[in-house]
Design a binder for this molecule. Structure first.
Ligand SMILES: [Zn+2]
Length: 352
């Protein structure tokens, strides 16, 4: 039996009056699979969260384990180091460092990211400023980039490249360091030159059947073997079966990685029963997210969107579980401040 429209209105009003922590708990409950709805909850505080995730705390300055609790500040447990006398909190060097928002807001924000909500809507739901929402998005994605570092693709590994038009989307007018190298394209513009040119960034990707993936901008235009290596090096397991198109560079790489190599000839779709359908699917979903869902993203941040896509669109697993992985990783991993990182973030981040 459905509730009446006035009952629904009450529900809506109750929700809008809930505080951030209650909203986060509610949304998490809503998104959880039915079976686990009763058990799930948001960690009550930073300290509870870190007590659960980080069993051993060490001094962030000297690495000593000789630390003792020393009162609270802003609701967070402080520690002192016996060896170097530094005072610190568990959030030092993490994304939460110097964040004035509490854990519930971050949890809510990560839920919005799992749902790929636009920034404006996210800012509204979390009760934060639009600029904060923007900074958080890339702080979180910068942290997730570290997660990709550890990925080792085994089994059948499909590798291929996809291209995106270089975009300088964003507010460059106020930048003192950035000069627009050409006239702005209208959104979703087309390249002036036909075929592959320096106007297109090449995103080199590798995926396996277990739905693990790596992907990053490797170069401008057509990639060389070295360009492909700049992304794939360290990410293909020994003994894997690399399935690629006819690009000659992959032969050398497969050798170097001690992987078998299935090379699909030009104008063919399969070779020896293998194809590169999964990596093609990966590309089409990525392009849909970037060009249609987000209406184009700045090349400066493209790598971050690839990482986002890797976890949210492509990785296997129930939504609730992926969300927990994202939250736990993002909140506990070490990261630089967004603004510091942005000062050195290149407009076109080619890997080599
Ligand atoms: Zn110390």
């Amino acid at each position: 039996m459905a509730i009446t429209s006035s009952q629904f209105e009450i529900l809506r009003q109750l929700f809008s009056n809930a505080d951030a922590e209650q909203k986060a708990a509610f949304l998490e409950w809503l998104n959880a699979p039915a079976a686990s709805k009763a058990a799930k909850s948001v960690p009550a505080s930073f300290d509870a969260f870190f007590a659960e995730k980080r069993t051993v705390l060490v001094c962030p300055r000297c690495g000593s384990v000789h630390i003792f609790k020393n009162g609270h500040r802003n609701g967070r447990q402080r520690y002192n180091c016996k060896d170097c006398k530094t005072s610190f909190v568990a959030t030092n060097n993490t994304i939460l460092h110097q964040s004035k928002k509490d854990l519930a807001v971050w949890t809510l924000y990560i839920n919005c990211m799992m749902r790929k909500l636009p920034l404006r809507q996210t800012a509204k739901i979390c009760g934060i400023h639009l600029a904060t929402a923007f900074a958080w998005r890339h702080k979180i994605l910068d942290a997730l980039t570290n997660m990709m570092e550890g990925i080792k693709l085994d089994g059948v590994v499909e590798c291929d490249e996809t291209y995106q038009l270089v975009s300088f989307k964003g507010n460059h007018r106020n930048s003192r360091t950035f000069q627009m190298p050409r006239k702005a394209h209208k959104r979703g513009g087309t390249a002036e030159k036909r075929g592959l040119s320096q106007e297109q960034v090449c995103v080199t990707c590798g995926v396996n059947l277990g739905r693990q993936s790596v992907g990053r901008i490797s170069n401008l235009g057509k990639p060389s073997c070295k360009d492909l290596a700049s992304v794939l090096d360290g990410h293909v397991a020994e003994g894997a079966v690399m399935v690629t198109d006819a690009h000659r560079g992959y032969c050398k790489l497969a050798d170097a990685y001690r992987a078998s190599h299935i090379r699909i000839p030009r104008h063919r779709h399969t070779a020896q029963g293998f194809n590169i359908q999964l990596v093609n699917y990966y590309h089409s979903v990525l392009k849909g997210m970037i060009n249609i869902h987000f209406k184009g993203v700045a090349t400066k941040y493209l790598n971050n969107y690839v990482v986002w896509h890797n976890l949210v669109n492509f990785a296997h697993g129930p939504e609730g579980e992926k969300e927990m992985v994202m939250r736990d990783f993002v909140l506990t991993t070490k990261c630089l401040s967004f603004w510091k990182k942005n000062l050195v973030r290149p407009a076109i981040p080619v890997a080599a």
